[in-house]
Design a protein around this ligand. Structure first.
Ligand code: ADE
Length: 340
C-alpha cells in the first residue's frame, strides 16, 4: 500500500498555512531547546544594546526541530526583515550578489540547506560575512577587475541537516554561534501538542495528547502533523481527541507505537534480513529501499539512532537487539561483536 505517512517531516502542502498559525510568536512561546534559547537571548540582547546586528548564526540538526522557526523568532526579536532563501535556490554568483545587494540595514538573510550552496558561491559569501563587502568581478581575462561594494550591516542565519558537509572556512565564519538542535523530550512535545490543539480549537483529552507525543519522533513538526491527522479522524467520528482516536487514526497511517513509519520499519527489516543485521553503508540501504541515501541519512537515521534501534560503526550501520525485537526477529548470537 502507499505510505502517505512515510515522511511526516515533509508536511503535505495543504497544511502549510496551518503550520504558520502554529509557529511560536516569541521565545516565551517556543518550547524546549533551553540552552540555545538562553544563548540567543544574550547574543540578541547585547547586539541590540550596541545597536549592531548580531554576528552570523548556524543551526544544524535533523529536519522538523525548529531551525527555521528560530530564525523567524530572531528576526522578530530584532525588529528586522527576514529574507529567506535556500542553498539550492542560489545557482549562480549573481543570485547571491542580488540578494546581498538588496539587503537593508538590520535585515536578516536566512539560507536554509546551506550545505547545498555551490563552493564557487561560498567564496562570495566569505567577504560578505567577514567584512561586509561584495566582491564583483568585472570583465574577463587580463582586463578583469574586482569591485568591492560595501553592504549594509546584516546577519546571516543558516540552517543545515548536514553540518559535516560544510567546508571548515564556512563553518568558522558563524561567529555568533553554531547551534545543534536536539530531539525534544516527550513532555516538551506534549506541551507543544497541547498548545497547538488550543490554537486549532481541538477538543483534546490529555490521553490523546500524550499518545501523540509518544509517537511524534521527538519532533515538533511531526507532532503537529499527527495532531492534525488525528483531529480529522476524531472530527468525523464526532468524538473528542482521546487516546483511542489517536490509536485508530495513526494505526490507519501505519505509524506504530514508537512513531516509526512504514519506511522506517522497511529500513530495519532490510538491514536485518538482506544485510544480515549489518554493518552496511547508507548507499546500499538506499538502493535496497529505492530511497535517496541522503533522505535515509538525514530524515530516518537520526531518529532510529536516537531510539537505539541502529548504531553507526566505522564499517556501517548495524541493527541493535531492540531493532530485532521491534520487528519480531531473533537477534543473532554474534550481535555484540558487530556492535564493537
Ligand atoms: N512549534 C514548532 N516547534 C515549536 C516549539 N519548539 N515550541 C512551540 N511550538 C512549536
Amino acid at each position: 500500500m502507499s505510505s502517505s505517512a512515510d515522511t511526516p517531516s515533509s508536511t503535505p502542502r495543504n497544511d502549510t498555512f496551518l503550520d504558520q498559525t502554529l509557529r511560536p510568536e516569541s521565545f516565551d512561546d517556543y518550547i524546549g531547546q533551553e540552552s540555545i534559547k538562553n544563548n540567543l537571548k544574550i547574543l540578541i540582547g547585547a547586539a541590540k544594546e550596541r545597536q549592531n546586528p548580531p554576528e552570523h548564526i548556524l543551526f544544524y540538526g535533523p529536519p522538523g526541530l525548529g531551525k527555521t522557526t528560530l530564525a523567524h523568532l530572531i528576526a522578530k526579536e530584532l525588529g528586522g526583515n527576514l529574507r529567506a532563501t535556500s542553498g539550492p535556490a542560489i545557482e549562480r554568483v549573481g543570485d547571491l550578489a542580488a540578494l546581498l545587494s538588496n539587503l537593508s540595514p538590520g535585515d536578516i538573510l536566512f539560507i536554509d540547506e546551506i550545505h547545498r550552496l555551490p563552493r564557487t558561491i561560498e567564496e562570495v559569501l566569505y567577504p560578505a560575512m567577514e567584512s561586509g563587502v561584495l566582491n564583483i568581478i568585472i570583465g574577463k581575462g587580463p582586463s578583469a577587475r574586482t569591485l568591492d561594494l560595501p553592504l549594509p550591516p546584516f546577519t546571516l542565519i543558516a540552517a543545515t541537516t548536514r553540518v559535516a558537509d560544510l567546508s571548515a572556512p564556512l563553518r568558522s565564519r558563524f561567529s555568533g554561534g553554531v547551534y545543534r538542535l536536539e530531539f525534544y523530550s516527550e513532555d516538551n512535545i506534549a506541551d507543544i501538542v497541547r498548545r497547538s490543539a488550543q490554537i486549532l480549537g481541538v477538543d483534546a483529552e490529555e490521553s490523546g495528547i500524550r499518545e501523540i507525543a509518544k509517537r511524534a519522533r521527538s519532533t515538533p513538526r511531526t507532532a503537529n502533523y499527527l495532531l492534525k491527522r488525528a483531529r480529522d479522524y476524531a472530527q468525523l467520528k464526532r468524538a473528542p481527541l482521546s487516546k483511542q482516536m489517536v490509536d485508530e487514526s495513526l494505526g490507519m497511517l501505519e505509524i506504530d507505537e514508537l512513531g516509526l513509519t512504514p519506511l522506517d520499519r522497511k529500513l530495519l527489516l532490510a538491514l536485518i534480513e538482506r544485510f544480515n543485521g549489518g554493518p552496511v553503508g547508507v548507499g546500499a540501504l538506499g538502493a535496497a529501499l529505492s530511497e535517496e541515501p541522503s533522505t535515509i541519512a538525514e530524515v530516518h537515521e537520526p531518529f532510529l539512532l536516537q531510539l537505539g534501534l541502529i548504531e553507526r560503526t566505522p564499517r556501517g550501520r548495524v541493527a541493535t537487539e531492540a531493532a530485532y525485537k521491534h520487528v519480531g526477529k531473533t537477534p543473532p548470537a554474534d550481535l555484540q561483536e558487530k556492535l564493537m
